[in-house]
Design a protein. Sequence first.
Length: 428
Amino acid sequence: MDPPEKNSPIASSDSSNDDSTKYISSSNSSQRRVVKILVPISVIGLGVLILYLLNKNPPDEEIQVATKKNQKRELRTRVIELKKENYQTTIEANGIIKAHNEIILTSQVSGRVVTIHPQFEDGAFFKKGAILLELEEADFLTSVASAKANLAQAEAAHAQEKARSEQAKLNWEDLGYDEEPNDLVLRLPQLKEAVARVNSAQTQLAQAVRNLSRSKIKAPFDGRVIERNVGISQSISANTVLSKIYSIDYAEVRLPISSQDMKNLKLPEAPDDKPLEIILSDSLNEENESTWKAKIVRTEGALDQNSLELFAIARIPDPFGKKSGNPTLRIGQPVKAVIPGTVINDVFRIPRMAVRQLRMIYLVDRNNSTIRGSIINPINESEDYIFIKDASITEGTLLATTPMSWVPEGAKVQIITKEKEGAESTSL
Protein backbone atom coordinates (compact mmCIF):
# COMPACT_ATOMS: atom_id res chain seq x y z
CA MET A 1 0.00 0.00 0.00
CA ASP A 2 1.22 3.47 -0.87
CA PRO A 3 1.76 6.00 2.01
CA PRO A 4 -0.78 8.81 2.27
CA GLU A 5 -0.11 11.92 0.51
CA LYS A 6 0.87 15.04 2.26
CA ASN A 7 -2.34 16.90 1.54
CA SER A 8 -4.67 14.01 2.16
CA PRO A 9 -7.41 14.21 4.90
CA ILE A 10 -5.66 11.67 7.04
CA ALA A 11 -2.49 13.71 7.13
CA SER A 12 -4.42 16.84 8.06
CA SER A 13 -6.10 15.10 10.99
CA ASP A 14 -2.84 13.95 12.45
CA SER A 15 -1.42 17.44 12.23
CA SER A 16 -4.36 19.03 14.12
CA ASN A 17 -4.13 16.43 16.92
CA ASP A 18 -0.52 17.34 17.48
CA ASP A 19 -1.35 21.07 17.73
CA SER A 20 -4.14 20.42 20.26
CA THR A 21 -1.84 18.39 22.44
CA LYS A 22 0.72 21.15 22.44
CA TYR A 23 -1.94 23.76 23.45
CA ILE A 24 -3.23 21.68 26.40
CA SER A 25 0.28 21.07 27.66
CA SER A 26 1.03 24.81 27.51
CA SER A 27 -2.21 25.69 29.39
CA ASN A 28 -1.50 23.24 32.22
CA SER A 29 1.95 24.68 32.65
CA SER A 30 0.56 28.24 33.04
CA GLN A 31 -1.98 27.14 35.67
CA ARG A 32 0.78 25.50 37.71
CA ARG A 33 2.80 28.68 37.68
CA VAL A 34 -0.22 30.74 38.88
CA VAL A 35 -0.90 28.29 41.73
CA LYS A 36 2.74 28.45 42.81
CA ILE A 37 2.45 32.22 43.04
CA LEU A 38 -0.97 32.42 44.77
CA VAL A 39 -0.37 29.84 47.51
CA PRO A 40 2.45 31.75 49.27
CA ILE A 41 0.53 35.00 48.97
CA SER A 42 -2.58 33.38 50.53
CA VAL A 43 -0.55 31.92 53.39
CA ILE A 44 1.03 35.28 54.14
CA GLY A 45 -2.39 37.03 54.03
CA LEU A 46 -3.95 34.47 56.35
CA GLY A 47 -1.11 34.90 58.82
CA VAL A 48 -1.55 38.68 58.82
CA LEU A 49 -5.32 38.27 59.42
CA ILE A 50 -4.77 35.89 62.34
CA LEU A 51 -2.22 38.25 63.90
CA TYR A 52 -4.67 41.15 63.56
CA LEU A 53 -7.49 39.18 65.18
CA LEU A 54 -5.27 38.10 68.03
CA ASN A 55 -4.24 41.68 68.76
CA LYS A 56 -7.84 42.85 68.62
CA ASN A 57 -9.30 39.98 70.70
CA PRO A 58 -6.60 38.73 73.09
CA PRO A 59 -7.03 35.35 74.78
CA ASP A 60 -8.89 35.03 78.04
CA GLU A 61 -5.68 34.90 80.04
CA GLU A 62 -4.54 38.23 78.61
CA ILE A 63 -8.01 39.71 79.29
CA GLN A 64 -7.81 38.57 82.90
CA VAL A 65 -4.34 40.01 83.28
CA ALA A 66 -5.45 43.32 81.76
CA THR A 67 -8.56 43.34 83.96
CA LYS A 68 -6.45 42.83 87.04
CA LYS A 69 -4.19 45.67 85.96
CA ASN A 70 -7.22 47.91 85.40
CA GLN A 71 -8.61 46.95 88.79
CA LYS A 72 -5.32 47.83 90.41
CA ARG A 73 -5.24 51.10 88.56
CA GLU A 74 -8.93 52.12 89.03
CA LEU A 75 -9.75 50.93 92.58
CA ARG A 76 -7.90 53.66 94.38
CA THR A 77 -10.03 56.16 96.25
CA ARG A 78 -10.04 58.85 98.85
CA VAL A 79 -12.33 58.25 101.82
CA ILE A 80 -13.99 60.13 104.64
CA GLU A 81 -15.20 58.69 107.92
CA LEU A 82 -18.97 58.74 108.48
CA LYS A 83 -20.10 60.04 111.87
CA LYS A 84 -23.59 60.26 113.31
CA GLU A 85 -24.96 63.69 114.14
CA ASN A 86 -28.22 65.37 115.12
CA TYR A 87 -29.63 67.13 112.10
CA GLN A 88 -31.95 70.14 112.18
CA THR A 89 -34.17 69.62 109.14
CA THR A 90 -35.03 72.59 106.99
CA ILE A 91 -37.55 72.81 104.20
CA GLU A 92 -37.39 75.30 101.36
CA ALA A 93 -40.53 76.56 99.67
CA ASN A 94 -41.35 79.33 97.22
CA GLY A 95 -44.34 81.64 97.09
CA ILE A 96 -45.68 85.02 95.98
CA ILE A 97 -46.28 87.88 98.42
CA LYS A 98 -49.94 88.88 98.57
CA ALA A 99 -51.87 91.53 100.46
CA HIS A 100 -53.97 89.98 103.20
CA ASN A 101 -56.81 92.51 102.81
CA GLU A 102 -57.23 93.72 99.25
CA ILE A 103 -60.59 95.37 98.56
CA ILE A 104 -62.55 97.35 95.99
CA LEU A 105 -63.28 100.82 97.37
CA THR A 106 -66.79 102.04 96.44
CA SER A 107 -68.95 105.05 97.17
CA GLN A 108 -72.07 104.84 99.34
CA VAL A 109 -73.63 107.97 97.87
CA SER A 110 -74.04 109.57 94.45
CA GLY A 111 -72.45 112.83 93.43
CA ARG A 112 -69.82 114.62 91.38
CA VAL A 113 -66.13 114.33 92.20
CA VAL A 114 -64.68 117.75 93.06
CA THR A 115 -61.44 116.88 94.90
CA ILE A 116 -58.91 114.05 94.70
CA HIS A 117 -56.25 114.12 97.40
CA PRO A 118 -52.59 113.18 96.77
CA GLN A 119 -52.84 110.04 98.89
CA PHE A 120 -55.42 108.70 96.43
CA GLU A 121 -52.99 108.41 93.51
CA ASP A 122 -51.77 105.06 92.18
CA GLY A 123 -49.21 103.57 94.56
CA ALA A 124 -49.75 106.21 97.25
CA PHE A 125 -49.85 105.31 100.95
CA PHE A 126 -52.64 106.53 103.21
CA LYS A 127 -53.58 106.45 106.88
CA LYS A 128 -56.83 105.20 108.34
CA GLY A 129 -59.46 107.96 108.31
CA ALA A 130 -57.59 110.09 105.74
CA ILE A 131 -59.84 111.81 103.17
CA LEU A 132 -59.12 110.32 99.76
CA LEU A 133 -61.82 111.87 97.57
CA GLU A 134 -64.55 114.52 97.98
CA LEU A 135 -67.92 114.88 96.27
CA GLU A 136 -69.87 118.09 95.73
CA GLU A 137 -71.68 118.94 99.01
CA ALA A 138 -74.52 121.21 97.83
CA ASP A 139 -77.12 118.48 97.42
CA PHE A 140 -76.17 116.87 100.72
CA LEU A 141 -76.42 120.21 102.58
CA THR A 142 -79.87 120.71 101.07
CA SER A 143 -80.93 117.30 102.31
CA VAL A 144 -79.68 118.11 105.80
CA ALA A 145 -81.59 121.42 105.89
CA SER A 146 -84.77 119.75 104.66
CA ALA A 147 -84.43 117.03 107.28
CA LYS A 148 -83.98 119.63 110.01
CA ALA A 149 -87.14 121.45 108.88
CA ASN A 150 -89.14 118.21 108.91
CA LEU A 151 -87.86 117.46 112.39
CA ALA A 152 -88.90 120.90 113.63
CA GLN A 153 -92.41 120.44 112.24
CA ALA A 154 -92.68 116.98 113.79
CA GLU A 155 -91.50 118.26 117.15
CA ALA A 156 -94.06 121.12 117.03
CA ALA A 157 -96.86 118.72 116.18
CA HIS A 158 -95.74 116.45 118.99
CA ALA A 159 -95.79 119.33 121.48
CA GLN A 160 -99.32 120.27 120.43
CA GLU A 161 -100.59 116.71 120.75
CA LYS A 162 -98.95 116.37 124.11
CA ALA A 163 -100.67 119.54 125.33
CA ARG A 164 -104.04 118.36 123.99
CA SER A 165 -103.62 115.02 125.75
CA GLU A 166 -102.87 116.68 129.05
CA GLN A 167 -105.81 119.08 128.65
CA ALA A 168 -108.17 116.20 127.86
CA LYS A 169 -107.18 114.50 131.12
CA LEU A 170 -107.84 117.69 133.11
CA ASN A 171 -111.24 118.11 131.47
CA TRP A 172 -112.18 114.54 132.36
CA GLU A 173 -111.30 115.13 135.99
CA ASP A 174 -113.23 118.40 136.06
CA LEU A 175 -116.37 116.66 134.85
CA GLY A 176 -116.24 114.39 137.92
CA TYR A 177 -116.31 111.02 136.21
CA ASP A 178 -115.36 108.14 138.52
CA GLU A 179 -113.95 105.75 135.86
CA GLU A 180 -110.61 106.21 134.23
CA PRO A 181 -110.65 107.90 130.77
CA ASN A 182 -109.82 105.70 127.77
CA ASP A 183 -107.05 106.30 125.20
CA LEU A 184 -109.33 108.10 122.78
CA VAL A 185 -110.43 110.55 125.46
CA LEU A 186 -106.81 111.27 126.31
CA ARG A 187 -105.80 111.45 122.57
CA LEU A 188 -103.08 108.91 123.12
CA PRO A 189 -103.18 107.51 119.53
CA GLN A 190 -102.62 111.03 118.16
CA LEU A 191 -99.83 111.54 120.68
CA LYS A 192 -98.13 108.29 119.60
CA GLU A 193 -98.40 109.34 115.96
CA ALA A 194 -96.73 112.63 116.77
CA VAL A 195 -93.93 110.83 118.61
CA ALA A 196 -93.41 108.51 115.62
CA ARG A 197 -93.20 111.49 113.28
CA VAL A 198 -90.53 113.02 115.48
CA ASN A 199 -88.55 109.80 115.49
CA SER A 200 -88.85 109.51 111.70
CA ALA A 201 -87.71 113.10 111.24
CA GLN A 202 -84.75 112.52 113.52
CA THR A 203 -83.79 109.41 111.53
CA GLN A 204 -84.03 111.30 108.25
CA LEU A 205 -81.84 114.05 109.63
CA ALA A 206 -79.27 111.51 110.81
CA GLN A 207 -79.31 109.90 107.35
CA ALA A 208 -78.81 113.27 105.67
CA VAL A 209 -75.89 114.03 108.00
CA ARG A 210 -74.34 110.63 107.27
CA ASN A 211 -74.70 111.18 103.53
CA LEU A 212 -73.02 114.55 103.94
CA SER A 213 -70.11 112.93 105.76
CA ARG A 214 -69.98 110.20 103.09
CA SER A 215 -69.38 112.85 100.45
CA LYS A 216 -65.85 112.81 101.87
CA ILE A 217 -64.63 109.29 101.18
CA LYS A 218 -62.18 108.21 103.87
CA ALA A 219 -59.62 105.41 104.11
CA PRO A 220 -60.93 102.37 106.03
CA PHE A 221 -57.43 101.33 107.19
CA ASP A 222 -53.74 102.07 106.78
CA GLY A 223 -53.05 101.02 103.24
CA ARG A 224 -51.91 101.70 99.71
CA VAL A 225 -53.62 102.38 96.40
CA ILE A 226 -53.22 99.81 93.65
CA GLU A 227 -55.29 101.56 91.00
CA ARG A 228 -57.61 104.60 90.96
CA ASN A 229 -60.64 104.41 88.65
CA VAL A 230 -62.24 107.87 88.86
CA GLY A 231 -61.26 111.43 88.03
CA ILE A 232 -62.19 115.05 88.73
CA SER A 233 -65.76 116.10 87.67
CA GLN A 234 -66.78 112.50 87.12
CA SER A 235 -70.30 111.74 88.32
CA ILE A 236 -70.53 108.59 90.36
CA SER A 237 -73.37 106.63 91.86
CA ALA A 238 -73.64 104.40 94.89
CA ASN A 239 -71.46 101.28 94.56
CA THR A 240 -69.31 102.84 91.80
CA VAL A 241 -65.82 101.32 91.89
CA LEU A 242 -63.44 104.08 92.96
CA SER A 243 -60.19 102.13 93.33
CA LYS A 244 -58.44 98.96 94.43
CA ILE A 245 -56.59 99.27 97.74
CA TYR A 246 -54.96 96.99 100.28
CA SER A 247 -53.85 97.24 103.89
CA ILE A 248 -50.17 97.41 104.79
CA ASP A 249 -50.20 96.21 108.40
CA TYR A 250 -49.04 92.79 107.22
CA ALA A 251 -48.77 90.70 104.08
CA GLU A 252 -49.14 86.98 103.48
CA VAL A 253 -47.54 84.28 101.36
CA ARG A 254 -48.80 80.78 100.46
CA LEU A 255 -46.05 78.18 100.79
CA PRO A 256 -46.50 74.67 99.30
CA ILE A 257 -45.46 71.82 101.59
CA SER A 258 -45.01 68.38 100.03
CA SER A 259 -46.27 65.24 101.72
CA GLN A 260 -42.66 64.10 102.22
CA ASP A 261 -41.79 67.31 104.09
CA MET A 262 -44.93 67.32 106.25
CA LYS A 263 -43.55 64.57 108.48
CA ASN A 264 -40.65 66.85 109.49
CA LEU A 265 -42.83 69.88 110.30
CA LYS A 266 -45.23 70.80 113.08
CA LEU A 267 -47.52 73.33 111.46
CA PRO A 268 -50.14 75.38 113.34
CA GLU A 269 -53.66 74.19 112.62
CA ALA A 270 -55.87 75.83 115.28
CA PRO A 271 -56.01 79.60 115.97
CA ASP A 272 -54.36 79.13 119.37
CA ASP A 273 -51.46 77.01 118.04
CA LYS A 274 -48.01 78.54 118.31
CA PRO A 275 -46.88 80.18 115.04
CA LEU A 276 -43.81 78.78 113.31
CA GLU A 277 -41.10 81.37 112.66
CA ILE A 278 -39.45 81.30 109.22
CA ILE A 279 -37.03 83.40 107.16
CA LEU A 280 -37.86 84.80 103.71
CA SER A 281 -35.40 85.92 101.03
CA ASP A 282 -35.74 87.44 97.57
CA SER A 283 -35.88 84.74 94.90
CA LEU A 284 -36.14 87.28 92.07
CA ASN A 285 -32.78 88.95 92.64
CA GLU A 286 -30.06 86.59 93.90
CA GLU A 287 -27.79 89.54 94.69
CA ASN A 288 -30.33 90.90 97.16
CA GLU A 289 -29.13 89.73 100.58
CA SER A 290 -32.12 91.17 102.47
CA THR A 291 -34.17 88.80 104.61
CA TRP A 292 -37.56 89.15 106.27
CA LYS A 293 -38.94 87.44 109.35
CA ALA A 294 -42.33 85.81 108.99
CA LYS A 295 -44.56 83.40 110.88
CA ILE A 296 -46.66 80.53 109.61
CA VAL A 297 -49.99 81.15 111.35
CA ARG A 298 -52.28 78.60 109.71
CA THR A 299 -52.69 76.07 106.92
CA GLU A 300 -55.35 75.70 104.29
CA GLY A 301 -58.11 73.23 105.01
CA ALA A 302 -57.44 70.78 102.16
CA LEU A 303 -54.66 69.46 99.94
CA ASP A 304 -54.29 70.89 96.48
CA GLN A 305 -56.01 68.45 94.14
CA ASN A 306 -53.41 68.85 91.38
CA SER A 307 -50.15 68.64 93.34
CA LEU A 308 -51.43 67.00 96.57
CA GLU A 309 -49.49 69.63 98.51
CA LEU A 310 -50.60 71.45 101.64
CA PHE A 311 -50.36 75.23 101.55
CA ALA A 312 -49.15 76.98 104.69
CA ILE A 313 -49.99 80.66 105.17
CA ALA A 314 -47.15 82.82 106.50
CA ARG A 315 -47.68 86.37 107.74
CA ILE A 316 -45.10 89.15 107.28
CA PRO A 317 -45.62 92.14 109.59
CA ASP A 318 -44.92 95.64 108.28
CA PRO A 319 -43.87 94.49 104.77
CA PHE A 320 -43.06 98.05 103.64
CA GLY A 321 -40.88 98.83 106.68
CA LYS A 322 -42.96 101.84 107.74
CA LYS A 323 -42.46 101.10 111.43
CA SER A 324 -39.50 98.72 111.54
CA GLY A 325 -37.33 100.32 108.87
CA ASN A 326 -36.80 96.92 107.18
CA PRO A 327 -36.29 96.70 103.40
CA THR A 328 -39.47 96.91 101.35
CA LEU A 329 -41.19 93.62 100.50
CA ARG A 330 -43.47 94.33 97.56
CA ILE A 331 -46.79 92.76 96.81
CA GLY A 332 -46.41 90.20 94.02
CA GLN A 333 -42.71 89.65 94.77
CA PRO A 334 -41.54 85.98 94.63
CA VAL A 335 -39.75 84.85 97.76
CA LYS A 336 -38.00 81.74 99.04
CA ALA A 337 -38.80 80.53 102.53
CA VAL A 338 -36.53 78.51 104.82
CA ILE A 339 -38.72 76.62 107.28
CA PRO A 340 -37.11 74.94 110.32
CA GLY A 341 -38.30 71.39 110.89
CA THR A 342 -37.82 68.78 113.56
CA VAL A 343 -34.42 67.55 114.81
CA ILE A 344 -33.53 64.03 113.61
CA ASN A 345 -31.00 62.09 115.67
CA ASP A 346 -28.25 59.76 114.40
CA VAL A 347 -28.05 61.06 110.84
CA PHE A 348 -25.18 60.66 108.36
CA ARG A 349 -24.11 63.62 106.22
CA ILE A 350 -23.17 62.44 102.69
CA PRO A 351 -21.37 64.85 100.30
CA ARG A 352 -23.09 65.05 96.95
CA MET A 353 -19.82 64.33 95.13
CA ALA A 354 -19.78 60.87 96.75
CA VAL A 355 -23.26 59.93 95.47
CA ARG A 356 -23.36 58.11 92.15
CA GLN A 357 -26.27 57.46 89.83
CA LEU A 358 -29.38 55.78 91.24
CA ARG A 359 -28.53 57.10 94.73
CA MET A 360 -25.57 54.72 95.04
CA ILE A 361 -22.69 55.25 97.47
CA TYR A 362 -19.61 53.06 97.97
CA LEU A 363 -18.47 52.05 101.44
CA VAL A 364 -15.02 50.75 102.31
CA ASP A 365 -14.44 48.17 105.04
CA ARG A 366 -11.50 49.46 107.04
CA ASN A 367 -10.58 45.94 108.23
CA ASN A 368 -10.14 44.12 104.91
CA SER A 369 -10.10 47.12 102.52
CA THR A 370 -13.01 45.86 100.41
CA ILE A 371 -15.61 48.04 98.77
CA ARG A 372 -19.34 47.56 98.47
CA GLY A 373 -22.22 49.56 97.08
CA SER A 374 -25.23 50.76 99.02
CA ILE A 375 -28.37 52.51 97.77
CA ILE A 376 -29.43 55.34 100.08
CA ASN A 377 -32.83 56.81 100.88
CA PRO A 378 -32.44 60.54 101.65
CA ILE A 379 -34.47 62.11 104.44
CA ASN A 380 -33.40 65.61 103.45
CA GLU A 381 -31.10 67.37 101.04
CA SER A 382 -29.18 70.60 100.75
CA GLU A 383 -27.08 72.11 97.99
CA ASP A 384 -23.91 70.27 99.06
CA TYR A 385 -25.08 67.34 101.19
CA ILE A 386 -27.59 64.51 101.33
CA PHE A 387 -28.74 63.36 104.77
CA ILE A 388 -29.60 59.73 105.44
CA LYS A 389 -30.55 57.54 108.38
CA ASP A 390 -29.55 53.92 107.74
CA ALA A 391 -29.27 51.26 110.44
CA SER A 392 -27.09 49.08 108.18
CA ILE A 393 -24.32 51.69 108.19
CA THR A 394 -22.26 51.84 111.37
CA GLU A 395 -20.49 54.88 112.69
CA GLY A 396 -16.89 55.05 111.52
CA THR A 397 -17.56 53.40 108.16
CA LEU A 398 -15.39 54.81 105.37
CA LEU A 399 -17.12 56.48 102.42
CA ALA A 400 -15.41 56.47 99.03
CA THR A 401 -15.36 59.93 97.48
CA THR A 402 -13.26 59.43 94.34
CA PRO A 403 -15.25 58.90 91.10
CA MET A 404 -14.72 55.35 89.76
CA SER A 405 -16.08 54.09 86.46
CA TRP A 406 -16.29 50.42 87.47
CA VAL A 407 -16.54 49.06 91.01
CA PRO A 408 -16.85 45.26 91.43
CA GLU A 409 -18.71 44.27 94.58
CA GLY A 410 -16.32 43.15 97.30
CA ALA A 411 -13.20 44.14 95.37
CA LYS A 412 -10.04 45.21 97.14
CA VAL A 413 -9.48 48.94 97.20
CA GLN A 414 -6.45 51.06 97.91
CA ILE A 415 -7.12 54.09 100.11
CA ILE A 416 -5.42 57.27 98.96
CA THR A 417 -4.02 59.23 101.88
CA LYS A 418 -2.34 62.60 101.94
CA GLU A 419 1.03 60.91 102.50
CA LYS A 420 0.59 58.75 99.39
CA GLU A 421 -0.47 61.74 97.34
CA GLY A 422 2.64 63.59 98.46
CA ALA A 423 4.89 60.64 97.59
CA GLU A 424 3.34 60.25 94.13
CA SER A 425 3.71 63.94 93.34
CA THR A 426 7.36 63.83 94.49
CA SER A 427 8.13 60.84 92.26
CA LEU A 428 6.60 62.61 89.29
